[in-house]
Design a protein around this ligand. Sequence first.
Ligand code: GCU
Length: 329
Amino acid sequence: MIFSKKNVIAMVTSSALIISSASVSATTILKLSHNQNRTHPVHKSMTVFAKKVQEYTHGDVKIRIYPNSQLGTQRESMELLQNGALDMAKSNASELESFAPAYGAFNIPYLFHSREHFYKALTSKVGRDILNSSKGKGFIGLTYYDGGARSFYANKAIRSPADLKSMKIRVQPSPTAVQMIKLMGGSPTPLAYGELYTALQQGVVDGAENNPTALTSSRHGEVAKVYSMDEHAMIPDVLVISERSWNKLSADDQKAMRKAAKESMMYHKKLWTKVIKKSMEKAKNSMGVEFVKVKKQPFIDAVKPLHEKALNNPEIAKYVKAIDALAQD
Ligand code: GCU
């Protein structure tokens, strides 16, 4: 058969169209929701994750990130994800405690002895076991992102647990966080992160606890001027994916996603160190926040019962023991 030039052009064009429409329909788009804004390091690290996913899956998978709680609070995002209306979310181990109890291990105050101990736990078997613990509940964890050390901030210094007396302290919606504040003598008030600025401004709560990026990236330093560095907890952010979306991916794409997730966690580790330093400088110099060093022992003593209770709780004892053992290595 002899083809005219016109026919060949028509064939090439139409086959190109078929190829391109085939490759368009072969691209899986995964929606990822989170509650920080675009200036926050976790957003930047997940942007790196998204780029790497696209590269490692050769364009098979694209991640579309929705920051700023556009698709709902962390809790709402988890619910959407479990209902199949959302593919991925960045949450926090504190919030996840209500969805998969293993994450409660991270919420035990003063569990980690150092940042090195923290990273050892995140990157070892116990870290992976916790990420996989939610299998069958509609989602699995892919990786962790450093959330630094959490300390109290308010309009007065909190130098000892006694200073928390009759103070309403906002906590993440986590049973362990609620108990921690009670043991320290304060009044816990669980609230979604997005509601906190106004709650501080209007005096609905007297204080909160978080890492220093909350002062700058979420501007809490405008309404809370004293950050007391008791560093009571190191609770990681967690990147999760619905099992429904995960199971639709090919084995190769799953592998690529895991690799991208792991690399973005290490990117975040470096970024975090720089950002925390800058956040503290900005809070101090441009926002007038005072940073107060405190003696940690009275805080440690007040919350000891939480650690003891965790070691007797069959749902988390094995994780807490494994994390404790890593401190001795
Ligand atoms: C951290 C964390 C958020 C979380 C927030 C909170 O900033 O990155 O995921 O929502 O703490 O205290 O609610």
